[in-house]
Design a protein around this ligand. Structure first.
Ligand SMILES: C[S@@+](CC[C@H](N)C(=O)[O-])C[C@H]1O[C@@H](n2cnc3c(N)ncnc32)[C@H](O)[C@@H]1O
Length: 292
């Protein structure tokens, strides 16, 4: 028998059919997860992300004793599977962030944007970190505000910090960071803003309550329905739009526009752009926008 014929015959053998069916089931499972994540967060995981899906959901699959991704998808669709979807969103959102990331934005806010908006008399204002991940962004902002707008001198500012990932938000609310996450912060700021852990918390630092109390954390899906009583002098919505398609970016930025005070600011990630999108902001320079 020629080699090609042998392969054809082997593929039609029961084990060959079973493995084709299993692989089909696995592809369908990946497709199901991609659709689920898109519906929940509007993040588009492309076909090439199948390895990432398997790697990131591996822990949850083991937790539930699922032998394969398809079994895990069955679980997600079963009665009671709804709660597990939170874990899927947590596992598949990218929460990478750093203290003082894209630091020029913080400098701009305290040196230019806020002085212009507040004028001489207003001493109360609100800022929103709209995809705060594990909290480094809103706390970096708080460190900057504390320099220029000290609470002790009668300034009254608050930061709203939101994210879709409950796991990232829990970290943010705890405000505890390993020492190697604090690289780049000056010794003066480390001493001023962090408590050093001891015993079981050795090697970890917690943001002091004085600034923690200024930040309110909330679970918000930026593409869902949300409302807030306050309007914001500035919104930081950085390094999240990159995961969305253009139509979703437009919808998001129009929504954000509803919450910004007249002439207020929107700061997006340095690798993101709103060029060509009809949005209620004008571009001051790349990643810096002002409400029309
Ligand atoms: C890469 S992090 C950016 C964190 C921070 N803004 C920064 O620039 O360092 C992106 C964050 O966006 C959040 N995210 C993704 N989709 C979201 C959505 N639909 N609504 C709210 N947050 C979302 C993720 O959970 C993640 O924490």
């Amino acid at each position: 028998m020629k080699e090609a014929d042998r392969t054809a015959v082997d593929d039609d053998a029961p084990s060959g059919r079973a493995s084709r069916l299993a692989s089909r089931r696995d592809e369908d499972a990946c497709e199901f997860i991609i659709t689920l994540i898109y519906e929940r967060s509007r993040i588009r995981l492309h076909d090439g992300k199948q390895a990432l899906i398997r790697a990131r959901l591996g822990k949850r699959m083991r937790h539930h004793g699922c032998a394969c991704l398809a079994d895990y998808c069955d679980l997600l669709q079963s009665t009671g599977g709804h709660e597990e979807i939170t874990h899927v969103v947590d596992a598949l959102t990218t929460n990478f962030t750093n203290f003082l990331r894209e630091e020029d934005h913080f400098q701009f806010l305290v040196d230019k944007a806020l002085p212009t908006l507040l004028g001489k008399s207003r001493r109360k204002f609100h800022l929103w970190s709209a995809a705060c991940a594990s909290g480094e962004e809103p706390f970096s902002l708080a460190f900057y505000l504390d320099e220029k707008y000290p609470l002790a001198e009668g300034w009254d500012w608050r930061i709203l910090a939101t994210d879709i990932s409950t796991k990232a938000l829990a970290k943010a609310e705890a405000a505890v960071y390993a020492a190697d996450r604090l690289d780049g912060l000056s010794d003066a700021w480390l001493r001023k803003h962090f408590q050093k852990g001891s015993g079981a918390s050795e090697g970890h630092f917690r943001v002091k309550s004085r600034l923690r109390e200024r930040v309110t954390f909330r679970h918000v899906n930026l593409l869902g329905a949300y409302d807030f009583p306050e309007r914001f002098e500035a919104i930081l919505c950085r390094n999240v739009m990159i995961y969305f398609d253009r139509a979703t970016q437009q919808q998001l930025v129009n929504n954000l526009g509803r919450f910004v005070v007249p002439a207020g600011y929107l700061l997006i990630g340095h690798s993101e752009s709103l060029t060509g999108l009809p949005v209620p902001f004008r571009c001051l320079r790349p990643s810096y926008y002002q409400k029309l």
